[in-house]
Every structure is written in structure tokens, then in C-alpha cells.
Design a protein. Structure first.
Lengths: 256, 541
């Protein structure tokens, strides 16, 4: 019964999702349900299909097979409606280097149909929140990697979305920035939003997420709540290494 | 174990060449087949014409005797080749392929080896000249009247040009890295590049020639090369050419060493404060007062991003500086034909040249300046047609601004200008824009290329440039037909009538093309984003 209700109120529902590049399946028959209001961690080793999956969820890549529903709306049929309700941190290349941080945030806000004055006000507030107010008038091209990540995060928040899709959101961010971002995301979950993140940092996922799925070679190899996963004696790292089959100790090279 | 000395350098050079080859090869599967076919066809047409010229050069050299006329012709041809090789890349704001030093300086490679590759890469801006000179070398080897060493004149001339081109390219890159002097430097270089043309047209060249009549021309590189190539060289002629090569080498090495320092210190984008530009914020924000979002904010973004990029600024400034410098003397310089077509239509010609310079940036690769960030257009709740429309509207505004500036400069210099000519220029440019936008929207998703907007000059080889030069006249065909109608019917009304008909047809074509481009862009968004996010190899194109 609970399962049925969860199914009905899913923020993300993916069925038999496949993405082929030539003969190779980057994502191979993925089934995934992310309940609304959850903080969902999507893990996997390099090349497992995480980024391809998240790009298909964002609508940047078309699935070869299968169906995607976000916020109970079908992709790509209701793409415009969905896009207006999700916040994205794909990667830092999303940013326009020739705009200042303030201009970029205003641009994104207005693209999400916010009134100009509202977009400008929120942009200012987000810059202050992310301690970018002095950098707000600098071109994004001059930003450090961490600053770029903060501005991308601000852009994802500006229209108060219901669902966040984030690809490695904490990568390259210093401890202060990462902490702020984590607190903000937890707050968003508390207000009912759903957060879906990919990350290589298992400690972050372990601390933040209430549900986790591990993908390997395009398939989900483990899925459950953190409570379920913690019930065993293994740490998340041990479990991860075991399920992706990476337990073999690396051989040393003669010449090294 | 490392092998000693020269073989290490050779190994590194081979590794660089191999890395570049693999970078290009690995991209091939992602290349649009239609685009590749068009490129090959245009290449066959263009280089076919060049090979014909080379065959002509071979014939000429094979039959060259002691005719003074042919010797003069050869000297003039070599001079024109020198101008083409050294100055056309500047005029076209295109400097050919170049080493991406930022990726290579971390390795223990000798500067001399890098400079050697950089010199060889100058072939990319003078490949046409090399083909023609190869023809001339074959011809001179077949000519039994000429000594075997005569072809060395061409070889030394090529070496001189390669070294000089490397120096000029590095000097330009270094100059343009300094933001404050960038536009001034551009202006000066452009004027220098346009000088031979201006002198030729205004007749000032004749006066200068008379004044310099006593100065021996045998010491000029093209004359020295001619003397060697025609077998009439003095013992010191090779020394003259070797001297020029030495000067070009020192110049090239100095510029290369300096540009390494600049490349190390520079970041991927411009370091510029935008505080000053707030005074002119109204120039960016006016669409908000006229249109609603997202159209308005998209236009604003185009205005801000493009006007802050050095590549766009350089091309925009060239439109009304170089355009006027080259075309106005040509149109108005001849007092014998005051009512000629050129004289009557100089404003339109200068404006059309400005539009041509802007073609690649504003029309044919409209997502190129955004690079990977173009993916935002597929992520936000906005139809891709709207994005095209806003980008197109911004492009038209830039073209109108260019025409307005050209007109104001003409009025300031009291050049003959009537309201009807201004109306004609405006109409012609707008009709051209409609067709260019229609073709350009399709090209933008069909063959998207990331552009480094912080570089004032294109690093493209001649391929992309000639594609634009072939597509541009095609887009301008309706305008040419309107001029033909005016010529045949001798009527302004018919001229504007034909333009109006084509404008209507163009708008219909634009609508169809927009729909096609949007549909193609949406369905091929992965490949479009992938192409725009692509990083270059060790040699940037």
C-alpha cells in the first residue's frame, strides 16, 4: 500500500530506460522511482551511466527506449511544463562567461518567467547568500571553479523549483561553500522539494541522502533507503565497492 | 630511456602531430555527413580553381624566356602573393591554425621545436599560395632555358613568408591580449593592411613610386626571388633573400617568445571589469522596454555577451573602418568615372562588406559564441524557435547599428550621400539579413562550432572562411537580381519592387527555415551540445 502511494507521488519515474551509443548501451533498461520529498543519491563508478541518465532526465539527451516521468508529467511530451518546475546543475559549462554573475542570475530568472524586478532581487539575495556579492559584477569567465559551482547552484534555486537534478554539485567547492549548499538543499527537501544528486563522494551521500541507488554498467545494482542499507555491517563505501565488483586489489607496476 | 638530443625533439614533434591527428580523427564520427559533403564539395571547387592557377603558373614558368614583361608579371605576382599571405588573414580576422601553448608548455619541449611547428602551421593561411608556387617550381624545373637552381627563388620566398607570417600572427595575438590597446592596435593593423589597396586606387602609389624611383628594388624579397627564379640573379641575390629570411626568423622568434609569456599569463577569457559599461546599460536593456520575456532577456544577453567579446568587437569595428578604407577610395577614387556603379553604390558596398564580416558570428554559427553554455536553451522552459528569433533580432540590430555608423562616418567626411541611397542600403542589408538568417539558422544547428570569443582573430583555416564566402553570395543573389533589374529597366521603383518581392519570398523562406532549424536542433540537441562543448586538440582551429 505504501509502495503504491509512493509510486503515485513519484518525483521521478523511469521505466526500462535505455540509451545506446552505437552498439554500446550506456544505460541499459533502467527502472527507477524517486519519491517526492526525498534526497536521492545516485551513485556509480566512472562510466557507469550516471551522467547519461541525468542528461536524459534533464531532456538534454533523448532516450533510445523507455519512458521518463518527472513530477507526474511525461517527458518529452510535457517538456516545457516540466522544465519550468525543475532546477538543474548539469555542469559548469552551463554558464555564460561573458555575463557577470548578477546578469546571469537575472537572465536565468527571467528565462524561468520571473518578473524582471523579482529576478533581479532574487539574484542579489542569492549572490549575498553564496558570498558572491563582490564577485557579482565580475564576468563569470573570471570565476574560480568553486565560484562557478556556486553561481550554477544559485541559478538552480532562483525559480524555487520542485525538483532538483544535480550532477556532482559539490565537486570543486570549498568546505564552506559545500556546507552552505548542503544546508540549502536540506532546507529545500524540508519544504517538500525533491533532490536528485550524483556524487563520487560517498560520505556526502551517506550524510545527506535518505535513499540511494547504485548504477553499474548502465543498470541499477542496488537501491534502497539509507536505513535499509545501514542495517548490515558494511559501510556505504564497502557496499559500493562490492556491488560494482571492484574488490580486486590493484597490482603494482614493476617500473613504478 | 630517453634517446639523446635531436631525436627527443623529433619524438616530441611527432607526438604533437599525432595528438592533433587523433583529436581530429576521433571527432569524425560526430561530424554531420551533409556538412562534411558540403565542405568537400566547396573544397574541390575552391582548390580546383587554385590548381588551375598552379597549372597556369607551371606553363608560364616552363616557357619563360627573357621577356621583360613576364619578369615584371612574376615580380608583381610574387608581391601579390606576399600581400595575400601576410595581410589577408588580418583583413579577414582569421589567423589560421595555431599551437595551443597553454596545453603544451607544461611539458619539457624546447621552444625552438614549438616555434618550428608554429612556422609550419602558417601553411594554413597560405595553402593557396603554396599550391600556385608548387606549380611555378614544377614549371621552372621543366624549363631547359633556366638553370636548376632557379626554383630555389620560390623555395626561399616560401620560407621567408612562413617565418614572417609566424611573427605577424604572434605579434597580433600578443597585441590583442592587452585589452586597452586591443582596438587601437586592430585599427592600426587594419589601416596598414589596407594601405596597398588605398595607394593603388588613389594613385598615391604612383607618386610614391616616382619618389622612390632611385631606390633599388632588387633588395625587395619578391624582386630578389624573381631574379633567382628567372635565372638572372647576381651572386648576392641569394644573400638578399637569406637576409630577409634571417630578419623574418629573428622577428618570428622574438614574437613567439613574447607570445609564450602572454599565453602563460592569460586566462581562457578576458579579464575585464564591466563597471564602466553600466553607464551604457540602456544600450543592452532597451529590449525589455519594448518586448516581453523571454524574447527581451535573450536579446539583452546577446547584446551584452557579444559586445564584450573581443572577436565580435574587432569584426564590428573592421566593418566601418576597413570597409570605408578599402571600398570608398575604390568607389570614389577614380575621377574618370564619377557616375560608375561603384561610386553610386559605395554605401551599400561598404555595408554589404560589413555584413559579410559579421556573417560567421551573427548568422552562420549563432550558438558558437555560447559554446557549451548553449545547452541552457534546451534546459529552460522556452521554445527553441524563440531563442532563434531573439538571436536573429539581435543580429539585425547589430547590422542596423553598423549601417548607421557607416552612414554617420560618411556624413562626417562629407561623402556624397542622398536619402534614397541610404534607403537603398538599408533595404538591401535587411533583405540580405532575411536570407542570411534563414540559411544561418539551419547552418547553426547543422554545423555548430564552438568559438573562443576572447581571441580577437579566428583560428580557422581557410575552409570555414571559404564556406562563408561561398554561402554569402548565394544569400545575396536576390539583391544582385534587384540590381540587374534596375540596370535593365533603369528604374528605382522596379529596383525596390524586386527587392520587396524577394523580401516577401525571403520571409516565407525564413519561416520555413526557422521551423526546420528548430526541429533539427531539438531532435539533434545531443550532437549540437556535444559539438559546441568540444575542446580543441593541441592545435586550435
Amino acid at each position: 500500500m505504501l509502495e503504491k502511494r509512493m509510486e503515485m507521488s513519484a518525483a521521478i519515474r523511469v521505466r526500462q530506460l535505455r540509451k545506446l551509443y552505437g552498439d554500446k548501451a550506456a544505460v541499459d533498461g533502467l527502472d527507477l522511482t524517486v519519491p517526492r520529498g526525498s534526497f536521492f543519491g545516485f551513485l556509480g563508478p566512472n562510466g557507469a551511466g550516471k551522467t547519461t541518465t541525468i542528461r536524459m532526465l534533464m531532456g538534454l539527451a533523448a532516450p533510445s527506449e523507455g519512458s521518463i516521468e518527472l513530477l507526474d508529467l511525461a517527458m518529452p511530451e510535457r517538456a516545457l511544463e516540466i522544465k519550468g518546475r525543475i532546477g538543474l546543475v548539469p555542469d559548469e559549462s552551463l554558464l555564460f562567461d561573458a555575463l557577470t554573475g548578477a546578469e546571469f542570475l537575472e537572465f536565468v530568472g527571467r528565462m524561468y518567467k520571473l518578473d524582471r524586478a523579482v529576478a533581479r532581487e532574487r539574484a542579489g539575495e542569492l549572490l549575498t547568500l553564496f558570498e558572491l556579492d563582490t564577485a557579482g559584477r565580475k564576468l563569470i569567465g573570471e570565476y574560480s571553479k568553486g565560484m562557478r559551482k556556486r553561481i550554477a547552484m544559485s541559478a538552480a534555486l532562483i525559480h524555487r523549483p520542485e525538483l532538483f537534478l544535480m550532477d556532482e554539485p559539490f565537486e570543486g567547492v570549498d568546505a564552506v561553500g559545500a556546507r552552505l549548499m548542503k544546508e540549502l538543499l536540506i532546507e529545500q527537501v524540508h519544504r517538500g522539494a525533491t533532490v536528485f544528486i550524483t556524487s563520487h563522494v560517498l560520505e556526502v551521500v551517506e550524510r545527506l541522502c535518505d535513499r540511494v541507488a547504485i548504477i553499474n554498467q548502465g543498470k541499477i545494482v542496488l537501491e534502497g533507503t539509507m536505513a535499509e542499507l545501514r542495517s548490515g555491517s558494511e559501510s556505504l563505501e564497502d557496499m559500493f565497492v562490492r556491488v560494482v565488483g571492484a574488490e580486486r586489489v590493484a597490482e603494482t607496476l614493476d617500473w613504478l | 630511456m630517453n634517446s639523446p638530443g635531436g631525436s627527443v625533439v623529433w619524438n616530441q614533434v611527432r607526438a604533437i602531430a599525432w595528438a592533433q591527428w587523433r583529436s581530429s580523427w576521433n571527432r569524425l564520427p560526430g561530424v554531420n555527413k551533409g556538412s562534411a559533403t558540403a565542405t568537400v564539395l566547396i573544397g574541390i571547387l575552391w582548390y580546383g580553381a587554385i590548381v588551375l592557377l598552379a597549372a597556369g603558373a607551371a606553363l608560364l614558368m616552363a616557357q619563360l624566356g627573357h621577356e621583360r614583361f613576364l619578369t615584371l608579371l612574376l615580380s608583381a605576382a610574387l608581391f601579390l602573393m606576399f600581400v595575400y599571405w601576410q595581410f589577408v588573414p588580418v583583413i579577414m580576422a582569421s589567423t589560421g591554425s595555431a599551437l595551443d601553448l597553454r596545453k603544451l608548455l607544461v611539458y619539457p619541449i624546447r621552444q625552438g621545436a614549438l616555434f618550428g611547428i608554429e612556422v609550419l602551421l602558417r601553411v594554413t593561411t597560405g595553402i593557396e599560395i603554396l599550391i600556385v608556387l608548387a606549380g611555378a617550381i614544377v614549371g621552372s624545373l621543366l624549363n631547359r632555358q633556366l638553370p636548376l637552381w632557379s626554383s630555389s627563388g620560390f623555395v626561399l620566398f616560401i620560407v621567408f613568408n612562413l617565418l614572417l607570417a609566424a611573427g605577424i600572427r604572434d605579434m597580433m595575438v600578443r597585441l590583442f591580449a592587452k585589452r586597452r590597446i586591443r582596438e587601437v592596435a586592430m585599427f592600426l593593423i587594419v589601416i596598414t593592411a589596407a594601405l596597398p589597396q588605398v595607394l593603388l586606387i588613389t594613385g598615391a602609389g604612383r607618386r610614391i613610386r616616382t619618389a622612390l624611383a632611385g631606390v633599388p628594388t632588387a633588395f625587395l624579397p619578391w624582386d630578389a626571388a624573381t631574379s633567382l627564379a628567372t635565372g638572372r640573379a647576381h651572386w648576392w641575390t641569394p644573400l638578399v633573400l637569406l637576409g630577409w629570411i634571417g630578419v623574418a626568423y629573428i622577428f618570428g622568434r622574438m614574437q613567439f617568445a613574447r607570445s609564450i609569456v602572454v599565453e602563460v599569463e592569460s586566462t581562457a577569457t578576458e579579464r575585464s571589469s564591466v563597471s564602466g559599461s553600466q553607464r551604457f546599460a540602456f544600450l543592452y536593456t532597451w529590449p525589455t522596454r519594448v518586448f516581453s520575456d523571454p524574447f527581451a532577456v535573450l536579446m539583452e544577453k546577446e547584446f551584452r555577451a557579444l559586445s564584450r567579446s573581443s572577436r565580435f568587437r574587432v569584426v564590428f569595428v573592421m566593418g566601418f573602418t576597413l570597409g570605408l578604407l578599402v571600398w570608398v577610395p575604390m568607389s570614389l577614387g577614380s575621377s574618370r568615372h564619377p557616375n560608375s556603379f561603384l561610386a553610386a553604390n559605395y554605401l551599400t558596398i561598404v555595408s554589404a562588406y560589413a555584413v559579410m564580416l559579421l556573417t560567421d558570428l551573427l548568422f552562420f554559427n549563432s550558438f558558437g559564441p555560447d559554446r557549451g553554455a548553449a545547452q541552457i536553451y534546451f534546459l529552460v522552459p522556452v521554445k527553441i524557435e524563440r531563442v532563434f528569433l531573439a538571436k536573429n533580432a539581435a543580429a539585425v540590430v547589430f547590422v542596423l547599428a553598423e549601417v548607421a555608423i557607416i552612414t554617420v562616418v560618411c556624413l562626417l567626411f562629407r561623402l556624397p550621400l542622398t536619402p534614397i541611397r541610404f534607403a537603398e542600403t538599408l533595404t538591401v542589408c535587411l533583405v540580405m539579413c532575411v536570407f542570411l538568417l534563414a540559411l544561418g539558422n539551419m547552418a547553426s544547428v547543422w554545423n555548430p562550432r564552438p568559438m573562443n570569443m576572447a581571441q580577437p582573430f579566428k583560428n580557422q583555416g581557410s575552409r570555414v572562411q571559404w564556406m562563408a564566402l561561398v554561402a554569402f553570395p548565394l544569400a545575396c543573389l536576390p539583391v544582385v537580381l534587384a540590381y540587374l533589374a534596375r540596370f535593365a529597366l533603369d528604374s528605382e521603383a522596379d529596383f525596390f519592387g524586386v527587392l520587396a518581392v524577394f523580401a516577401a519570398a525571403g520571409l516565407y523562406f525564413y519561416g520555413l527555415a526557422l521551423e526546420t532549424a528548430a526541429r533539427y536542433g531539438q531532435s539533434h540537441r545531443e550532437s549540437v551540445i556535444e559539438a559546441l562543448s568540444r575542446h580543441e586538440g593541441v592545435i586550435s582551429n
